[in-house]
Design a protein around this ligand. Sequence first.
Ligand SMILES: NC(=O)c1ccc[n+]([C@@H]2O[C@H](COP(=O)([O-])OP(=O)(O)OC[C@H]3O[C@@H](n4cnc5c(N)ncnc54)[C@H](OP(=O)(O)O)[C@@H]3O)[C@@H](O)[C@H]2O)c1
Length: 264
Amino acid sequence: MKKVTIIGVGNLGKSILSGLAASDIIDASDITAVDKSKYNLKEVEEKLNISISQDIITSIKGVKWIILCVQPRQLDLVLEEIKDKLTSDQILISTVTGTSIAEINEVVPDNKVVRVMPNTGASKKLSMTCIAANEDVKEELKFVEEMFDTIGRTLIIEERLMQAATVLGASGIAFFLRFLRAMIQGGIQMGFHPHEAQIIAVQTAIGAATLVAKNGTHPEREIDKVTTPQGCTIEGLNEMEHQGLSSSVIKGVMASYEKINTIK
Ligand SMILES: NC(=O)c1ccc[n+]([C@@H]2O[C@H](COP(=O)([O-])OP(=O)(O)OC[C@H]3O[C@@H](n4cnc5c(N)ncnc54)[C@H](OP(=O)(O)O)[C@@H]3O)[C@@H](O)[C@H]2O)c1
């Protein structure tokens, strides 16, 4: 039984759907997308050839995997709506930030729950998805891992690290993109047209990340390879550090982490 229903087809839901629908482990015809917005649903139906519905109750019937992809403040309503309709063999996969497995199980005590924290790289099969579950969820965890492997890379973590995973992996997309934007702005100031600066900065970012990913090296090792003594790279790097680059990134990450711990 591999049927999947995803509740909430917003930014993340669309990204997960486009990865899953193109994967080998689930047929697009076994996927149903549920959302309040007809516009969101039409978009995924046309692009991905999956079933769509605005009715949660009918769309979870006979489905093994239910992916919850709504905002934290919307989760309670969704759980209240489905709790009496669920059968105990159905597995809930929650992408929702800041709501623990125990909190979900307070409302739906008979269902196994897996928490996942993907990112919007999912739409290009480049998500980083952290996954956490309780000890009793072993077999199911394997399939959830397989499911999210189809949209990028996965890592099983302890649930206590889920907030940190959200900051580093999900908000991390925004953090890296802000750095990318700054590089593009620097490129424009040196004389490139914006689209040229973007091509150069994006490809360089892909190259830099791929070097670390494929070589398994620490970033500083790859930095050393392009840093000639007394050259222009070290001049730029040191100026960035004098201006507080590493410190402001770490402080930003920690501010985000402090904030996430207050969100419910
Ligand atoms: N965006 C990310 O990169 C990211 C990464 C990791 C985790 N997350 C988590 O993933 C969850 C979804 O985030 P998102 O950015 O995709 O949010 P989003 O863009 O707001 O999408 C949520 C969607 O769910 C719909 N919805 C809400 N209540 C519903 C209901 N009762 N029945 C059917 N549809 C309903 C919303 O419709 P309306 O707009 O009409 O309410 C909206 O289209 C959040 O909990 C977030 O913390 C997000």
